[in-house]
Write a protein that binds this ligand. Structure first.
Ligand SMILES: N[C@@H](CCC[C@H](N)C(=O)O)C(=O)O
Length: 268
């Protein structure tokens, strides 16, 4: 089975072309491909499918095989890949996700790396909650970007035990389906520093939907302007919230890493 590995700010995924039908047992395959010791290694799997509502459809699976609704870094990579595979020469593509239709716009770039902008839809910001996790109380703002997030503001992120606190909040009983958790330090009104613990994948170097959730929570709390840079361990994402339409857009890189073959037997 042929695959391509790509990354956006180090948030890396294995991509499969499933336009003619995908392999069986996708959740199990996602976990096998994502394994960083016994497989190619990635934060998850993204599959390209045909769509009746958009130009193409995408399904994304986390490293543990669970299926997510949307992936901001992954959809940018998929936009580049559709062009690289010669499936479309358009620079604007509508991609169907489990979170709805998303417009992907290919900007400048090379064969290896391209800047891509995505209309991420309208964020839904909930009322902040006080939660007990890992022996402490946390104030968390729930945000839906089509997938569930919880944003925690910190004065200083140095020394944060992301694995312990992130995993406790991810699986908190208040969120039966789990959440992605963003820890955010507001460095300036147009710059946020963020670390993320992703549902089903653990710590990742970046998260596109998470960066949008962080800005939506920060603007709603009066802490930031609606256009900001989000600084992640993997690099910078540009996020802009158009307060008139309510839509947020996300701009960042999409990078091809390598192409490979994986011995996946469909009859196992
Ligand atoms: N890394 C992604 C988000 C991936 C989905 C997530 N783990 C979930 O289960 O919702 C991004 O760039 O948005």
């Amino acid at each position: 089975m042929r695959f391509i590995k790509m990354q956006g700010l180090g948030n890396d995924y294995i991509f499969l072309n499933c336009l003619e039908g995908g392999p069986e047992r996708l959740p199990e395959l996602a976990a096998a491909l994502s394994d960083r010791h016994f497989g190619p290694g990635a934060d998850g799997l993204i599959c390209l499918f045909p769509s009746k509502r958009g130009d193409f459809a995408m399904r994304m699976f986390n490293a543990d095989g669970s299926e997510g609704e949307m992936c901001g870094n992954g959809i940018r990579c998929l936009g580049k890949l559709i062009r690289d595979w010669g499936l479309s020469d358009r620079t604007r593509l509508v991609i169907e996700t489990r979170a709805g239709l998303r417009l992907v716009e290919l900007l400048d770039g090379t064969d290896r790396e391209r800047t891509v902008r995505v209309d991420m839809g309208v964020p839904e910001v909930g009322t902040p909650l006080e939660l007990e996790a890992a022996g402490r109380r946390w104030r968390l703002t729930p945000v839906s970007m089509g997938n569930p997030h919880g944003v925690v503001f910190l004065e200083n992120m140095d020394g944060l035990d992301l694995e312990m606190i992130g995993s406790a909040l991810e699986k908190h009983p208040a969120f039966p389906g789990g959440i992605n958790v963003e820890f955010v330090q507001v460095s300036a009104r147009d710059r946020l520093r963020m670390r993320v613990w992703e549902r089903g994948s653990g710590e990742t170097l970046a998260c596109g939907t998470g960066a949008c959730a962080a800005l939506a929570a920060a603007v709603s709390a009066g802490r930031a302007e609606p256009a900001a840079q989000v600084e992640l361990p993997g690099g910078l994402l540009e996020v802009r919230w158009d307060r008139q339409s309510g839509h947020m857009d996300l701009t960042g890189p999409a990078v091809t890493v390598y192409e490979g073959e994986y011995p996946w037997k469909t009859d196992e």
